[in-house]
Every structure is written in structure tokens, then in C-alpha cells.
Write a protein that binds this ligand. Structure first.
Ligand SMILES: [Mn+2]
Length: 317
């Protein structure tokens, strides 16, 4: 796909519409929220009136980002818009916003699993985060990247690359980070917000997850039950990153974190290291994400969910 042709198509489409809805996926992460906010600033600088909508709430971690209070839920969606920009989703369904189905979509994604479901599709799997694409869009549009935009984009890149630790991280990623810092993003203040402002509930939940750790021939598993969630007074967001403690163990090559949800199901977060590709495993269960950071849902009970996952992964080791 011609990347530059596509960025021009996106710009052309933005210029020919006035009321633009901007959204991203369910259970939004730092890249989804940061990139939406930066794109909101960019569209306003282009004289547009964007509305920023997410089906799920903005995680607490990202609520202090510049402009975060302008993101609305589906209930407050204004149906008078001309087009919707969908960030890093593989389908309209992934947005959780059913109203989008009848509108022309501008699809911007950086995942290798991206699908061409939009009227305009700009896909760049070499981008470390969708934020990198939004940054290039700003440059191509001739819009000044303000300190607020730089803060949102830096937060997105930082979180989407596992703090610059995934294999997709390249010299380009650091060049981008450097440009964002020179445009006003503060690495110290952003790190304080992302890594040193955990709610107590998150650390208590982490404690109960770590107490369940099992390691078998390079595969680590951790889980939390609904009861664990309840006694830690934990939220969805508190589950974020738990799996990283398991993949951080020497000689562990694949880690699964299972979280009990409704309907006898378990939500799975998986991580791999050492060049192992867990993408195919997650796709088996309808998941999405990165080559080495994936998510999906598997049926319980717990021991069956674990053995289903181990069976899929064992042949890859
Ligand atoms: Mn992303």
C-alpha cells in the first residue's frame, strides 16, 4: 500500500468534511486516548469541529491528559456528523458505536492485522503507535504541534511501546519521541502520571494475581477471579499491565493473565518475548493487538481456559 497516497487521501477527506467524529476501540488504551486527543487538537487547528467519542470510559490514568474532558460517551453522541475517523480498530464493531455503521469511515491503523473497512484506509504497520501516524498527519497538514498535542502523542507512544521496549521500537520511534519532547512533551511529568500514580486498588489486585503465579516450561500463568476484583475494589483499568510481571521472569517466553468476567468467560492478556509471535494464538479466539502483546476471551472453567491456551502455545516454543 502506498503510505503517502493514503495520508493524502486522509487529508483530502478531512478537508472536504466539516463535522467529524473521532473515535477508537473499546477498552481504550494510551494510544487510543492520546491519539484521539491529539487528532482533536489537529482538526480544530484545521478549522473543523470534531466530536471525540468513546464507547467505554477514558481510563483514570489518561483523564488528566490535555483535552481528556472533551471525550464523550455514546449517550452524548451528536448524530449530526459527516464522517468518522476510526483509530486503530479492525472493524466498526470494535468501536462499540453502532451509529457509525451508516457513515463513511476514515480508517487509520498501525496494526499488521488491520482491515480495509473504511471509505479511506491509511494503514502503516511500521508505525510504533497510531500516534506516530497522527503526528505525520499534523506535519502533512502544516499544523503546528503544540505542547498539548505533543504531551498526548508522547503518552501514546510511551504506553504503546511498553516504555520503548517492544521489538517494533526503532530509531524512528526515538526520533519521534525526541521531536515530541522538543515540541513540549515532558518525559518526567508524563512518567510520573503513567507509572507513579497507581491507585491502591491496582497494587492490591496485583498482589492477588502474583499469588497465583504458575510457571511450566517457559509458560507463565496468573489469574484473578471476580471475588479478587471485588475485595481489591479493583476496576478494569487495574488489570492493565499485570501480565508484564509474569513475562518479566527469566526464561518465561509466554505469559497469560486470565481475568474472570461474566458468562463463565475469561479475558486473556498475553505477552511473549524472544521473537515469539503470539498474534496467531489470539486470532484463534478473536483477539487483536500487537505481535508480542495480545488480548482475547476464552471460555472457562479456569483450568480448561488455561489448558486451551497452553495447548495453542506449546507448539510454538
Ligand atoms: Mn496502538
Amino acid at each position: 500500500m502506498n503510505e503517502h497516497g493514503s495520508i493524502n487521501e486522509v487529508l483530502h477527506s478531512i478537508r472536504s468534511h466539516e463535522r467529524i467524529l473521532v473515535t477508537s476501540h473499546l477498552r481504550p488504551d494510551g494510544d487510543a486516548v492520546g491519539s484521539m486527543l491529539a487528532l482533536g487538537f489537529l482538526l480544530r487547528a484545521m478549522g473543523k469541529s470534531p466530536q471525540l467519542v468513546l464507547a467505554d470510559p477514558v481510563p483514570v490514568l489518561y483523564r488528566t491528559l490535555p483535552g481528556a474532558n472533551t471525550i464523550r460517551g455514546c449517550a452524548d453522541l451528536d448524530p449530526h456528523f459527516d464522517t468518522a475517523i476510526v483509530l486503530e480498530c479492525d472493524s466498526v464493531e470494535r468501536t462499540g458505536i453502532s451509529a457509525l455503521a451508516s457513515y463513511p469511515i476514515i480508517n487509520i491503523d498501525h496494526h499488521a492485522s488491520a482491515k480495509l473497512f473504511g471509505a479511506v484506509n491509511w494503514i502503516d504497520p511500521s508505525a510504533s503507535a497510531v500516534a506516530e501516524m497522527v503526528y505525520h498527519l499534523a506535519i502533512a497538514a502544516g499544523v503546528d504541534v503544540t505542547p498539548d498535542m505533543a504531551t498526548c502523542l508522547y503518552t501514546a507512544v510511551l504506553t504503546d511501546t511498553g516504555s520503548f521496549s517492544y521489538e517494533a521500537v526503532s530509531a524512528r520511534t526515538f526520533q519521534l519521541a525526541g521531536e515530541l519532547v522538543s515540541k513540549g512533551a515532558s518525559p518526567g511529568r508524563i512518567a510520573e502520571r503513567i507509572y507513579f500514580s497507581n491507585p491502591e486498588s491496582k497494587i492490591r489486585l496485583l498482589g492477588s494475581a502474583l499469588a497465583t503465579l504458575k510457571i511450566d516450561n517457559g509458560i507463565a500463568t496468573l489469574f484473578v477471579t471476580k471475588d479478587d476484583m471485588h475485595s481489591a475494589q479493583a476496576t478494569d483499568a487495574d488489570c492493565e499491565g499485570v501480565v508484564n510481571y509474569a513475562i518479566g521472569i527469566k526464561d518465561v517466553r509466554v505469559a497469560f493473565f486470565l481475568r474472570e468476567i461474566d458468562g463463565g468467560l475469561y479475558r486473556i492478556s498475553m505477552r511473549s518475548k524472544g521473537g515469539l509471535n503470539v498474534a496467531a494464538v489470539a486470532e484463534n479466539f478473536g483477539g487483536g493487538g500487537h505481535r508480542n502483546a495480545r488480548g482475547c476471551t476464552v471460555a472457562g472453567p479456569l483450568h480448561e481456559a488455561v489448558s486451551t491456551l497452553v495447548h495453542k502455545v506449546r507448539p510454538l516454543l
